[in-house]
Design a protein around this ligand. Structure first.
Ligand code: SF4
Ligand code: SF4
Length: 328
């Protein structure tokens, strides 16, 4: 592929008449702040809805365009250019490595209005490779992944919580990992990113139990067959160990999701009861073959032991998944 060209937007506004414009929560807070309104007022005034659209199984936020054009379109272009939604900032190059021809086909298939078919991209030869806005793309992948997980798990909208969640995960370290995955095709970075998102999923599930949320941290350490190292807080490690009988604890495997970055890996979340009232959720990743005893709905027995024998100092547990002990 030749050198990527930067798409030069004519700011003609022909793409500003789509029926629905995908927003993320950070877009909503940023635009509301810019317009000096509250978030609820902004959502009501501009018709921001929380809806399932098309084939998407998970509801997301959309700006409904009720007139002929987006309410933010003025004769001179976007009136909120500096704070416009991430989707608008990226359009029409929505993936790394896209050519003008691929973008034209996408617009032909998905555009909700004819106007956008005269976007400047249609004047470019099909083979022209176009550069994606990398920073916007990274932000979009992090925000979209986290929001989709949140909405899929909780089906409710605590906007302030989601806003805080997005800001807390959008850290330079994770951005570097996502960039390595997206632009260098790094399998390791893909796995680490998926693990981070899976831990958010476990966090959401814990929240749904109305338990004190806590984050399981896993550094993607080396995995031996049947053994996964899971990092938890020292207090959680102590709780888990003390609640277990002889290092064994009954657990319900709530989910086992295959990895997209490397299908030979799977992410597993485990729900446990450490006493009658308190539940816990662990999320970890392992080689699929090593996790063969895990069933998505069945119960299993897993063993825990402190990583160094000292309950005061440890912040990690070895988790032994014993396929023989798995009950079908
Ligand atoms: S926010 Fe701006 S760029 Fe996006 S659709 Fe509206 S007018 Fe167009
Ligand atoms: S239709 Fe194309 S050229 Fe016109 S504003 Fe949208 S992206 Fe820019």
């Amino acid at each position: 592929m030749g050198e990527e060209k930067t798409f030069e937007c004519a700011r003609c506004g022909r793409c500003c008449n789509q029926r629905l414009i995908l927003l993320n929560t950070e877009d909503v807070f940023r635009m509301a702040e810019h317009l000096k309104t509250s978030v609820p007022y902004f959502m009501e005034k501009y018709g921001v809805v929380f809806a399932k659209v098309g084939e998407n199984k998970t509801p997301r936020l959309y700006l409904q365009v009720r007139g002929e054009k987006c309410p933010f379109f003025s004769g001179e272009g976007c009136s909120i250019h500096a704070v416009k939604p991430l989707m608008c900032r990226m359009f029409p190059v929505l993936k790394p490595g896209q050519t003008a021809g691929e973008i034209k086909r996408f617009i032909d298939e998905h555009a909700a209005s004819e106007g956008v078919k005269s976007c400047r991209v249609f004047r470019l030869p099909d083979a022209t490779p176009l550069a994606v806005d990398r920073e916007a793309m990274i932000t979009s992948v992090i925000y979209d992944s986290a929001e989709t997980i949140y909405y899929a798990n909780l089906q409710r909208t605590d906007m302030k919580f989601i806003y805080g969640l997005l800001r807390s995960v959008n850290r330079p370290q994770l951005r570097t990992i996502v960039a390595d995955y997206l632009f260098n095709g790094s399998r390791e970075s893909g796995l680490i990113f998926e693990q981070a998102m899976f831990e958010i999923q476990a966090l959401c599930q814990v929240m749904d139990w109305k338990k004190a949320p806590y984050m399981v941290v896993n550094d993607g350490a080396n995995f031996e067959p049947g053994r996964v190292l899971v990092y938890v807080s020292p207090q959680d490690a102590r709780d888990i160990y003390e609640a277990s009988t002889g290092g064994q604890i009954e657990a319900v495997f709530s989910q086992a999701n295959p990895s997209v970055a490397d299908p030979s890996f799977a992410f597993v979340s485990v729900a446990m009861r450490t006493d009658g009232a308190r539940g816990m959720m662990l999320a970890f990743m392992g080689k699929k073959d090593d996790l063969r005893g895990v069933s998505a709905s069945g119960e299993a027995v897993i063993g825990f032991c402190p990583s160094d024998g000292s309950m005061d100092r440890i912040a990690a547990l070895n988790v032994f998944i014993d396929p023989e002990a798995t009950r079908s």
